[in-house]
Design a protein around this ligand. Structure first.
Ligand code: BT5
Length: 325
């Protein structure tokens, strides 16, 4: 009901009387007042004037469905958006609810207390400064294609950033970088049995409006935010919708063609590592090589002294020779 009242307040430029709202929704004026109070607690600025009613003055910078639905043009991704103020990890919650939700469902939180990176690493998730969301997908494909689906997440984020006027690059397989610093990461997790995928979760974390001081000291040489790099404050909801729109487009194409050629093309063209000298780090060992391309299976091809090798995601980190990450 609260959402319906919000929709009506959005539509109306002038005041909307409590009486009119209570007639429309068949609720008492006290009930309307309670919903308005709850919206105010969510951060909506609503002016209330005796005998005139309520007027929406401004919406908070929050990333719930109400805020993004007008700019979301998707068929599957974002068909349902489940919003939390704070969670341990959107990937964790997405996994817990995946079985009982349709594919395309998005779990989003303003803040994560135990945001996760790959290989048990941490993803620092400052309240309302970044975007933290996970998309549940249930593709009817074999688990070997999942590595490529991580690339789909990276391609969607990079294209979403282009839509917002930001130039960034994809650092295979799961980082988005600007000027050699990481501004976003993708964590893909899969649940499968007997060779079929039950679901995959594509978790996306983007540093949006953190100031320099808000980037943890120990990460400052390698992490940054869109605000720092582009010098403009980004509306998180617009960026989130842009990424979901792009993800939907790429996923629909994948379902239709059963390949990820378009995704691979984006990852090659917008790559931060192809054509560069890189360190391939696995556990405690690292080897120097030259990244030459991404093959049809989405794996990185690296030329070492010993010859050309295929590098699989999941086990390794890539670092450019001339940069921190
Ligand atoms: C990633 O891992 O880059 C995947 C990050 C995925 C985060 C999203 S947020 C929504 C969803 N829910 C989750 O719980 N996770 C996903 P990886 O490549 O392993 O990078 C992790 C490393 O990046 C850490 O070890 C730090 O060095 C660094 N790092 C941590 N927080 C960062 C941040 N906010 N910005 C940039 N770098 C960060």
């Amino acid at each position: 009901m609260k959402h319906k009242i919000l929709d009506r307040l959005h539509e109306e430029e002038d005041f909307l009387s409590g009486e009119k709202l209570s007639e429309e929704f068949g609720l008492s004026r006290t009930a309307i007042w309670k919903h308005v109070k709850s919206l105010k607690e969510d951060g909506y600025k609503i002016e209330s004037v005796t005998r005139k009613g309520y007027r929406l003055v401004s919406s908070p910078d929050i990333v719930n469905y109400d805020e993004i639905k007008e700019i979301l043009h998707t068929k599957i991704v974002g068909s349902k958006v489940i919003y939390f103020r704070s969670l341990e990890s959107t990937n964790k919650t997405a996994k817990e609810v995946a079985a009982v939700n349709n594919e395309g469902t998005v779990i989003v939180a303003e803040h994560q207390t135990k945001g996760r990176g790959r290989l048990g690493r941490e993803w620092i998730s400052l309240n309302r400064k970044g975007l933290y969301f996970s998309v549940i997908l249930k593709p009817d494909t074999d688990p070997t294609k999942v590595a490529k689906l991580t690339l789909m997440g990276a391609a969607a984020v990079n294209r979403g950033l282009v839509d917002m006027g930001i130039e960034s690059r994809i650092k295979w397989p799961n980082d988005i970088v600007i000027k050699g610093k990481k501004v976003a990461g993708i964590l893909t997790e899969m649940n499968c049995e007997l060779g079929t995928i039950n679901h995959i979760i594509i978790g996306i974390g983007i540093n949006v409006n953190q100031s320099k001081e808000e980037i943890p000291y120990e990460l400052r040489d390698r992490a940054s935010s869109l605000l720092i790099e582009s010098n403009k404050a980004i509306k998180r909801k617009e960026l989130m919708a842009a990424v979901l729109n792009r993800l939907d487009e790429l996923y629909l194409k994948f379902l239709q063609d059963e390949d990820l050629d378009q995704v691979l093309e984006i990852c090659r063209e917008e790559s931060a590592v192809i054509g560069k000298d890189v360190m391939v780090i696995q556990g405690n060992s690292s080897r120097k090589g030259h990244a030459v391309g991404i093959n049809h299976d989405g794996e990185l091809q690296v030329r070492f002294d010993t010859g050309l090798e295929t590098v699989y995601s999941g086990e390794v980190s890539i670092r450019r020779e001339d940069e921190y990450i």
